[in-house]
Design a protein around this ligand. Structure first.
Ligand SMILES: [Zn+2]
Length: 173
């Protein structure tokens, strides 16, 4: 028997339930401990504004996909000088803002995309129980490249043909 703790996408998430979906796959419902710290002014709020549901793709289990439904608390910032009126608790340890998958799944997508390219990575990820399109693989790679923010030290220029002897493109690597 796998305990609820093993389904958790991060140490600060408490898992309430794990259900098998009729359509296949698993749904893990969990919540974060509310902290109410405004990301702009850093002050702690005590005025709750509601809850926001985040749905995140996580590691597959038993060969099936896992979706984590995470309830995140929304707050009202009461600091008069703060430009932000409402905000959600940050889940940076689990996923980036607006991400549709956990950071640990994003890492796998990036590594496979880097090693094999968009379409091969898509096929391999599907076999691993992670339904991700080739466009998503490439987008993940671009985001990761922006995060590193190191200036390039070697630049290569090459060309290829979209259609042989008719249309050519240039690529900067
Ligand atoms: Zn604030």
């Amino acid at each position: 028997m796998i305990s609820r703790k093993h389904w958790s996408p991060g140490s600060d998430v408490s898992v309430q339930s794990v259900e098998r979906r009729d359509s296949g796959g698993w749904t893990v419902s969990g919540s974060l401990t509310p902290n109410g710290i405004c990301p702009d002014c850093g002050l702690q709020s005590r005025r709750r504004h509601g809850w926001r549901r985040r749905r995140l793709q996580d590691y597959p289990a038993h060969g099936d996909g896992v979706t984590v439904t995470l309830w995140v608390c929304r707050w009202r910032c009461l600091a008069p000088a703060c430009p932000r009126r409402t905000f959600s608790d940050q889940i940076g340890s689990i996923a980036r803002p607006f991400a549709r998958r956990t950071s640990r799944v994003g890492e796998i997508v990036s590594h496979l995309g880097h090693a094999t390219g968009g379409r091969p990575a898509e096929r391999l990820l599907h076999r691993l129980g992670l339904g991700v399109s080739d466009d998503t693989v490439l987008r993940q790679l671009k985001n990761r490249a922006q995060d590193t923010a190191e200036p390039p030290t070697v630049i290569g220029i090459d060309d290829w043909s979209w259609r042989k002897s008719q249309t050519y493109g240039t690529i900067i690597v």
